[in-house]
Design a protein. Structure first.
Length: 176
């Protein structure tokens, strides 16, 4: 194994003189080029970072606007229903039958709006109890229904685009 004598290794001054003597200009040019490239890379990195930050802010603004106006279409569709209710309230109905007819028309209009927006009623009378869509409130003996069938609905359930929004509250026929 050979040992290196520290006195035999050239110091930095010796290297600089050697480089100056045999092409130090090209080394200085390479150093200058490397520094210029480093400066350019730093500027590019800062520019890309700023662009990412601007894009993040734009996305946050877009998400905020989407949240604010997500229900714009539904509410716009509900305006005619509101108009019908207001018009019905201004009319002096001479009988309860006329009032009922107006309410039925308005309800049909409202159900069409919610149906067009993906809302579907769950009205399971006479169907088998489904724990995924129904909530049993009580059980009763019923000769006219098979055990486990829904006998009565206290409150309809609703699905929004096939996802449960509210379960139907039901009474279920119990086993004898």
């Amino acid at each position: 194994m050979t040992q290196i004598d520290p006195q035999d290794t050239p110091d930095n001054d010796t290297l600089d003189l050697a480089n100056d003597a045999d092409g130090g200009d090209s080394l200085a040019a390479q150093l200058q080029a490397a520094r210029a490239e480093l400066t350019q890379l730093r500027e590019d990195s800062l520019r890309e970072r700023a662009e990412l930050e601007n894009q993040r802010k734009r996305m946050a603004r877009d998400i905020d606007m989407a949240r604010k106006f997500a229900n714009e279409r539904v509410l716009g569709d509900l305006l005619p229903v509101i108009d019908s209710l207001e018009a019905g309230l201004t009319i002096q109905a001479d009988t309860a039958q006329h009032l009922r007819e107006g309410m039925e028309l308005t309800l049909r209009q409202l159900l069409k709006v919610v149906s067009d927006n993906g809302l579907v009623a769950i009205d399971p009378v006479g169907k088998a109890f489904n724990p995924e869509h129904h909530q049993a409130m009580s059980m009763v003996e019923s000769a006219g229904h098979a055990p486990g069938d829904v006998v009565q609905v206290y409150q309809k359930g609703w699905l929004l685009n096939d996802r449960l929004l509210r379960p139907a509250l039901v009474v279920v026929a119990k086993h004898d």
